[in-house]
Design a binder for this molecule. Structure first.
Ligand SMILES: [Zn+2]
Length: 143
């Protein structure tokens, strides 16, 4: 006769209420980015806008209620460095500039400029625009 073991289970807990998913998914962002040539971002009712996938507004702390917004992809170079030793994906493009770009809508993104190969090709404050490309990452070109 086998002893029957009574298994006890911890009490079932209600799932924690997490942040409400934002307006669009990361997959929808990339679909827009790669197929439709648009930059889909998030806008909080407080006015904060970002291209980064967020579940909570870093400015006001709001969870949920974020709306889709489209970025123009134009902005200003905040900082950059020239990459002479690139990652594998960029080996045929080196040297190039890796830059932080302040988008007009207010979000800061990182991207790269394949046509900026020498220090004199780019400077802080230059106006740039997103150039849809088959290459990885956000490609920018000078205006
Ligand atoms: Zn907010």
């Amino acid at each position: 006769m086998s002893a029957q073991v009574q298994q006890t289970r911890p009490a079932t807990h209600e799932p924690k209420k997490g942040p409400v998913a934002p307006a669009h998914s990361v997959g929808e962002f990339y679909k827009g980015y790669e197929e439709e040539g648009k930059l889909l971002g998030y806008e909080c009712p407080c006015g904060y806008k970002t291209l980064t996938y967020i579940l909570e507004c870093p400015r006001c702390g709001r969870q949920g209620g974020l709306k889709d917004t489209t970025f123009k992809g134009t902005g200003t170079v905040l900082a950059f460095s020239l990459q002479n030793v690139p990652a594998d994906e960029f080996v045929n493009d080196a040297p190039y500039a890796y830059a932080l770009v302040q988008l007009e809508e207010g979000s800061v993104v990182s991207g790269w400029l394949p046509n900026a190969k020498r220090p004199e090709d780019l400077k802080i404050g230059d106006k740039v625009h997103w150039a849809k490309s088959y290459k990885v990452g956000m490609v920018f070109e000078k205006d």
